[in-house]
Design a protein around this ligand. Structure first.
Ligand code: DC
Length: 648
């Protein structure tokens, strides 16, 4: 069995300022422009990760001097003062799409023989549209392997430039690469975008960086760019934090109902992925923005339909957020992400399904149908895709037992991802609170009673079984010959009797511990539990009970939602229907397994659909799936969450 990084849920809302690295897109664009510029540039707040490391190495191979400076916080780049002019250079773009697609045009305007290759997943990604465009400008390009793919050999002898048409239906990176090489073409370049352009904001980003390095570009009509043959001038360039990377931190605030800020970003950023916060806002989060910061405050999340064509790198983030929404979320306009690091739609659908989230894939996107009851612990595959690892990690904020396989793939763009996410954990030690209540809710058969009792023992605090109270009232009704459907009369009786729940259960001083577990009580208790007047009385007593005892472990159906919504720790204990049915079947063999399962499903339906205090997952409750864990493991996990300890 593979092992990965097991993540510990957040028991409190995510809070803080997230230290998001510089934008990959801006870093790699600035590197290309600085590398070709006249003079020495300084790139501040650059991203140091696999993809930018690939670009730095590629430029160094071409003779550009790139050195870290100011304790590694900025880069000093001594430009080539024009196009590369070397012979027989081999460049490995590793897994980096931008590096390969920016470097090929940059060497095509130079002189010499260049081979550009990469790791296997990059070699499978399409290159057709750029090869076609460059050939139309007279570039001499040979595919050394599969047609339209890396490795490519470029036998360069400068380019005159002129006019080209670039299809940008699969990726806008081709057009960006050609635009960045354009100031070095003898006559400059007029570039027309063709097809239904994807990720269009990245083109604006390219132009912004080029202009910072002295390029002159006209944009007479939408989709047409006229670049003058000016070359580049060195500059001091400060890279904004990466909006795609920030999406995970903003999503953490949305999922946990927290508050997360990223400094150095604003809503007016040219990075397309900044629009992700608009989606969060539409879903119910609050977005606060200043000139130099962006902050998301989580609220309850609704559903909706969103076109992410312009900011598709956040599609996986949104799909993960959708797991916690109250209605389906449809993501459209992203069919082209099937050709990214992996088929991102298929990969996301598969991994979300492992965690209990139903996803319907379409040609152009996906629909996520959330059902928090079904959320499960799982080992999550990441397909060499950093965005799979980062987005699926978001499920761990609320669900226990999420293990990310190959977590190191985040190094591609966000090497410190797990540390930064962890820095948003509110590490309050609940055991120092005056009345710490641990609320344990969940459906029948999830293991609540056993686990709550053992957890109370483990922590040395009282245990409160609130179900026993409803059972005690039911028994008193039956003993008094009262119809359990008689709302007022049952409430009057509940008011009158004294119920003591401890290791034994007493009604007016008489021990009824065994009798409340009888069949007749079992058959009538749901009617009593659905009585709003009774609930009011018992909830009040439960609150007093816990406060007088100085807190403890309280189990039931509405503890986190109604009795103690501010409980220190809220747990929703669950397990698959099959596992719960097997457990109940093991306890008594009066019925067949099939019958038990049917009854459990019916019980889930009644418990979650009753008018008053239906069984719901409380805001910020941690969903703990007990299907594949032993009782001892679950007790230990809950104890650890209470002490706010982190497993790794
Ligand atoms: O957990 P149990 O089976 O002993 O609960 C008995 C009934 O009381 C069951 O129908 C759910 C209901 N109940 C409730 O509505 N609210 C609680 N806090 C606890 C139990």
């Amino acid at each position: 069995m593979k092992t990965g990084r097991l993540l510990t849920p957040f028991v409190s809302p995510a809070r803080g300022v997230a230290d998001v690295p510089g934008s990959k897109s801006l870093t790699n664009r600035a590197l290309i422009c600085a590398g070709l510029a006249d003079g020495t540039s300084v790139i501040e707040n650059f991203l140091m990760a696999d993809d930018t490391g690939a670009m730095i190495a590629a430029l160094q191979n071409l003779g550009v001097s790139v050195i870290a400076h100011e304790n590694g916080r900025s880069l000093q780049v001594a430009g080539l003062s024009g196009p590369p002019d070397v012979s027989n250079v081999s460049i490995n773009a590793r897994l980096s799409g931008t590096t390969s697609r920016f470097i090929v045009p940059a060497v095509a305007v130079g002189r010499g023989k260049f081979t550009i290759s990469g790791e296997a997943p990059l070699m499978r990604r399409p290159f057709h549209d750029q090869i076609v465009a460059l050939r139309s400008l007279g570039a001499n390009i040979t595919e050394l392997g599969a047609v339209d793919c890396l490795p490519l050999e470029v036998d360069a002898n400068g380019l005159d430039g002129g006019t080209i048409y670039v299809n940008a239906e699969k990726s806008s990176q081709f057009a960006s690469g050609l635009l960045m090489a354009a100031p070095l073409m003898k006559n400059g370049l007029t570039l027309h975008l063709e097809g239904a352009v994807v990720s269009r904001p990245y083109i604006a980003l390219t132009l912004e960086v080029m202009r910072k390095f002295g390029a002159e570009i006209l944009n007479p009509v939408d989709g047409t760019y006229v670049v003058s043959p000016t070359g580049y001038q060195s500059a001091i360039y400060r890279v904004e934090p990466d909006a795609s990377a920030a999406s995970y931190m903003f999503a953490a605030a949305a999922i946990t109902g927290g508050r997360v800020r990223v400094n150095g970003l604003s809503r007016s950023s040219k990075q397309g992925d900044i629009k992700f916060v608009d989606v969060l806002e539409d879903l119910g989060a609050t977005v606060n923005s200043g000139d130099t910061f962006l902050e998301v405050v989580g609220g309850s999340l609704s559903g909706g339909k969103f076109d992410l064509n312009d900011f598709s790198d956040t599609a996986q983030t949104l799909a993960a957020v959708a797991a916690f929404a109250s209605a389906p979320i449809e993501i459209e306009g992203i069919g082209f992400i099937k050709a990214k690091e992996t088929d991102r739609i298929e990969a996301m659908a598969t991994e979300l399904a492992r965690c209990g989230v139903a996803v319907h894939q379409s040609q152009n996107g996906m629909v996520i149908n959330p059902n928090q009851w079904a959320l499960r612990s799982a080992q999550v595959e990441t397909y060499d895709d950093h965005r799979m690892a980062m987005s699926m990690s978001l499920l761990s904020l609320r669900v226990s037992g999420i293990e990310i396989i190959d977590p190191e793939c985040v190094d591609k763009t966000f090497p410190k991802f797990f540390e930064v996410l962890e820095s948003l954990r509110d590490t309050k030690d609940f055991s120092s609170e005056t009345t710490p209540v641990i609320a344990i809710d969940g459906p029948a058969g999830a293991g609540k009673s056993t686990i709550a009792k053992l957890l109370a023992e483990h922590l040395g605090v009282p245990h409160f079984d609130t179900g026993a109270m409803y059972r005690a009232v039911t028994l008193a009704c039956l003993d008094a010959g009262l119809d359990v459907g008689n709302i007022e009369a049952v409430a009057l009786l509940a008011e009158k009797i004294e119920i003591t729940v401890g290791s034994r259960v007493q009604v007016d001083g008489v021990d009824v511990s065994e009798r409340i577990r009888g069949i007749e009580v079992g058959q009538n208790v749901s009617a009593v539990a659905a009585n709003s007047l009774v609930r009011k009385i018992l909830v009040e007593r439960q609150r007093r009970w816990a406060i007088e005892a100085g807190g403890g472990v309280m189990e039931g159906r509405d503890i986190g939602t109604a009795v103690f919504p501010d409980a220190a720790l809220k747990i929703f204990l669950t397990a698959t229907v099959d596992v719960r049915a097997k457990r109940r079947f093991g306890e008594s063999s009066d019925q067949s397994l099939g019958q038990v399962k049917k009854e459990i499903l019916a019980r889930d339906e009644t418990d979650s659909s009753r008018q008053d205090s239906p069984l719901r997952i409380a805001a910020n409750a941690v969903i703990v799936d007990t299907s594949n864990s032993t009782i001892a493991e679950t007790v230990e996990l809950l104890g650890m969450l209470f002490r706010s300890e982190v497993s790794q």
